[in-house]
Design a protein around this ligand. Structure first.
Ligand code: PRX
Length: 645
């Protein structure tokens, strides 16, 4: 069923109708280079013009806008001073109730001072800077300051353990670490500096300096390698020149997602990334002058980079950032904030929507949420029940619901419903953005038709595509360009399964590889298996994902015990989860396990995961079992699962 957008909002929308969108889309496909050249020139300032739009000589390593000189910090900060100096750039809200508003002028001053401070520490061109920071204003100033100087930031979630942080410091061979004394959650301080110290102590790589932002709640240990932001910032000048970067210079490096220690460090370019962030804002978020944008995405994920920090600022918008738990101190905190700031555009994930629905179905009704125009969703497919509640109770049937699909690797949205141009369809992520040439095919390049679910590929490059995996060219090609070919040319494969319906609306069915999506955090299953395998009781294990009402997906483990251990499912589960929480981070746990005498294996000794995936989901044993050596175990497992509590 299609639901039409509120006509009141359509009037001023960027795309007012499907045909307007389609016209730009067709133009982008038929005049590919001209389209990109025009978009680049209209949207970004270039200090030197480009000589070539796209160079594919070393495909899939691409060069966009060759010869162009740009700076993202200039685009996001300096450029706004002309028109928006007194406009609010950032609203900072946290659970202790005090909030702060920062204008573009104040942002420029803080970024200038922070950049000079970084310079004074010899954080310069190409320095690699790891952030282990809470979501506070200083994090934003320092991210922008890095881009100003062309130091490369890599932001690590502060919830990660010392071990995970150590892995990242070593992987990146970080030159500097920026951290704070505390992060807050549920009025409880987390001692970041102590964790950072532990990581540095364990690390085989030494950083040159640690920059510490003090929030001054209690005293903490300061070592001789630490410098204190708060002391040094006072004497810095607000004026700091910016570097003119080549289009292809690295803007930042980020782990794809998840918490795991074998990550893919994704490299993003400068011009292509900034251009896409700007364009998706116009097209998908339908930028309007007085919008207040609230994204619940944390800065340490790509959504936080692109859509909490960079794109609102690149477009002179007002963006709200917070440090908090969404249900704390009260379950209606989000609705209160939307009412308080008259938020017009709200961006979050189905996991959070489901949680808010569960914990306070009628709470939105106690607030004036009439400022809301669009409610976006991202990270996982949004189920029907959640969609209905979001639309009816939160949006009061006036705001559009828009599900956006993208990946860390895509830099920004690639599939989205243009909220006022296209009627909504539940669970659909909409249509490809202009410039995104997509197809749904099988591995032999057979094109598939309506409702056939298979691989989603992108057959033409776009400027924001990740450029490379840090120090691992081979892995980049293997991960994204080794599955599907046309005339021997490899095409970008997202790793997700999709189908489209008779109206060409796209529906995402999820990962086709071994990644679990727990509350929007994508975790590589093999990594969790590694830790489970280490348990003294366990001989071997196979983990698979199962659907979960609250977290979208969860982990289910099939385990074989060593010797004749006498331990119950329940006790073992509890024990494993304690190790997982300690060794990875709190959201990673197994929902359930089943102890079995053996795992189904092929003759060559490979665990037959595809059948285990079905069994864990209470499905039938099906598919080709000819290569399974010990088939009988499948029926034993099936019987056990039937009697599982
Ligand atoms: O499987 C898809 C899922 O999230 C993956 C990308 O995760 P990450 O790199 O952490 O990017 C976060 C920014 C979105 C995708 O490969 N995914 C993302 N959006 C959706 C989604 N699955 C279904 N519906 C979505 N809207």
């Amino acid at each position: 069923m299609k639901i039409f957008p509120n006509p009141e909002f359509v009037k001023n929308a960027y795309f007012k109708s499907f045909s307007e969108y389609k016209e730009l889309y067709n133009y982008s496909m038929n005049h590919f280079e001209e389209f990109w050249a025009n978009q680049a020139q209209e949207n970004l300032t270039f200090f030197e013009d480009f000589t070539q739009v796209l160079d594919e000589k070393y495909f899939p390593k691409l060069e966009w806008f060759k010869g162009w000189k740009v700076n993202i910090c200039y685009e996001a900060v300096d450029k706004n001073l002309k028109k928006n100096a007194d406009k609010i750039a950032l609203i900072f809200e946290w659970e202790r109730w005090d909030s702060q508003k920062i204008t573009y002028k104040e942002l420029a001053e803080n970024v200038g001072k922070s950049a000079n401070l970084l310079k004074s520490l010899w954080i310069v061109k190409w320095s690699r800077v790891i952030f282990y920071m809470p979501q506070i204003l200083e994090s934003v100033y320092l991210m922008l300051a890095c881009l100003r100087l062309w130091a490369i930031h890599s932001i690590v979630f502060w919830g990660f353990s010392a071990e995970s942080l150590k892995d990242r410091i070593e992987d990146l061979k970080a030159d500097f670490l920026i951290t704070a004394d505390w992060a807050f959650r549920k009025w409880k301080p987390y001692l970041l500096k102590n964790i950072a110290d532990e990581a540095l102590e364990k690390s085989s790589h030494e950083v040159k300096k640690v920059l510490l932002v003090k929030r001054n709640f209690e005293e903490i240990n300061i070592s001789k390698n630490d410098v204190i932001y708060n002391d040094l910032i006072k004497s810095q000048s607000e004026i700091c020149d910016f570097e003119k970067l080549d289009s292809e210079d690295t803007s930042f490096i980020l782990y794809t997602s998840g918490s795991t220690g074998k990550p893919k460090w994704i490299i993003h370019s400068t011009a292509g990334y900034a251009l896409w962030a700007k364009l998706t804002t116009k097209w998908v978020f339908d930028l309007q002058e007085n919008d207040i944008f609230f994204s619940t995405a944390d800065i340490w994920w790509i959504t936080g980079h692109t859509y909490t920090v960079y794109w609102p600022l690149l477009n002179g918008w007002t963006t709200l950032i917070y440090e908090w738990n969404p249900l704390f101190p009260k379950e209606d905190r989000i609705w209160e904030i939307i009412e308080k700031y008259k938020v017009s555009k709200f961006y979050t994930a189905p996991t959070l929507i489901r949680l808010l629905h569960k914990t306070g179905e009628n709470l939105p009704k106690n607030f004036d949420l009439s400022s809301l125009k669009v409610l976006w969703s991202v990270w996982e497919p949004i189920d029907s029940e959640t969609w209905d509640w979001y639309f009816e109770t939160v949006g009061n049937k006036k705001a559009s619901i828009a599900d956006t699909y993208w990946q860390t690797e895509t830099g920004g949205h690639i599939i989205a419903p243009f909220p006022f141009a296209i009627p909504m369809k539940k669970r659909s992520a909409g249509f490809p953005l202009p410039g995104i040439c997509w197809e749904i095919v099988d591995k032999n390049w057979k094109k598939l038709w309506v409702e056939e679910n298979w691989f989603f590929v992108i057959s033409k490059p776009w400027p924001a595509m990740a450029r490379w995996i840090w120090w691992d060219d081979e892995k980049f090609v293997k991960t994204y360009f080794s599955d599907i070919f046309r005339e021997k040319k490899p095409l970008y494969f997202s790793g997700d399964g999709w189908f489209y319906d008779e109206d060409w609306y796209i529906f995402i069915t999820g990962r086709v590889d071994d990644i679990v999506n727990i509350s929007g955090h994508k975790i590589w299953i093999a990594e969790v298996e590694d830790i489970v395998d280490k348990d003294e009781n366990i001989a071997e294990c196979a983990l698979v994902w199962i659907p979960d009402e609250l977290t979208w997906e969860a982990l289910f483990g099939f385990v074989v015990l060593k010797d004749k251990k006498n331990i119950s499912n329940k006790d073992l589960l509890q024990k494993l989860n304690i190790s997982l929480r300690k060794e990875i981070w709190p959201i990673v746990s197994l929902k359930n396990i089943l102890i079995t005498s053996e795992l189904p294996k092929t003759r060559s000794g490979k665990i037959v995961r595809r059948v285990l995936r079905n069994l864990a989901k209470w499905k039938e044993i099906e598919g080709d079992l000819s290569t399974v050596e010990n088939k009988e175990i499948l029926w034993i497992i099936k019987e056990k699962i039937k009697n599982f509590n």
